[in-house]
Design a protein. Sequence first.
Length: 125
Amino acid sequence: MTALKGERIDKFLWSVRLYKSRSEATEACRIGRVTIAGVAVKPAHPVTPGLTVLVRKPPVTYTWLVTGIPASRVGAKLVGEYISDLTPEEEKNKIIAAKTAFGFRPRGSGRPTKRERRDLEDFIS
């Protein structure tokens, strides 16, 4: 079912896989993390092609251009048909900075040893 006058923003964000569940998308709208034209929108706000949607997922604010409205949730390979990523590189670099910040351990390195834990506690205090 494709809405001709637009679709609810929470359903759209879920259907293009920006959120894992529709309830997560609804909550993001309620707490003001989704904006259109600089205004925080409610979950029922209609979305039409051509709109620019800002989605704040701390520490990054993503910018998306709506190019189409899917009839239902789409596969990951088809997402590009419905949204275009306009997020500046500075915002994308925040993800890398957050991963390399304090407390990051490479995947597969296991639990910290007693010595590493003590060094970490000394660093924190």
